[in-house]
Design a protein around this ligand. Sequence first.
Ligand SMILES: [Zn+2]
Ligand SMILES: [Zn+2]
Ligand SMILES: [Zn+2]
Length: 263
Amino acid sequence: MPFSSDPLRITVLGSGTSMGVPAIGCHCDVCTSNDPRDNRLRPSILIRYGGRNVLIDTTPDFRTQALRAKINRLDAILFTHEHADHIMGLDDVRPFNFRQKCSIPIFAAEETLGSILRAFQYIFDERPSESSIPKLEAHVLDGRPFDLFGMEFRPLRLMHGRAKTFGYRFGAAAYLTDHNEIPPESLDQLHDLDVLFLDALRYKPHPTHSTVERSIEIAEHLNPRRTYFTHICHELPHARTEASFPPRIRLAYDGLEIVVGEL
Ligand SMILES: [Zn+2]
Ligand SMILES: [Zn+2]
Ligand SMILES: [Zn+2]
């Protein structure tokens, strides 16, 4: 576990749904809001502990997110699944390869890794390249917990419509984006949490995402100390939506920093 002088920290790099908020061409109240918390890049978090930076997902906004959060090193990337809003920024890890003079380990389920290999064929192609390409070291996750720089990460299977995704538990925190159902064996791994992130797209039902109502039920059932909703669409104005929530349930927002307490 991290030392108390160097606690486990989470930075929310993006809290928005796949199109981001504002959505291109939309003039609704949320997309034109002056509240910075209504500006949502695609969903991702940065986990910092023991001098290491571990990223979950490389969104199409990754370059902007890394500059905004002043990320100066990247030690590993975990992927939740292969949807475009979670992988398409992968090419932008190149500056970290240059700075650190080494490859970056990436971790994903076999099917996710397969999609990443197809989408970014040039990265994994053995032929020499004339241009700079990311240097990555791919690791397949079979669902078993694994150690990363002294902390255990537990991949948790989630249902995302017909697709499957991984959520991750690490220390007293868990990040569960993109799901409409949490199987019982994954729910069992989510007790005694300080911080829980849950997908909560909007109020209206959606075939692949959880709703505000459903995620409030899950949060109340699991009873973590704090719950943050993410993957939020433009139907949820930050201030007004949060005002109706129980006090320990909040909407995540871009730039939110959380120090995870030990239980
Ligand atoms: Zn997504
Ligand atoms: Zn809108
Ligand atoms: Zn998805």
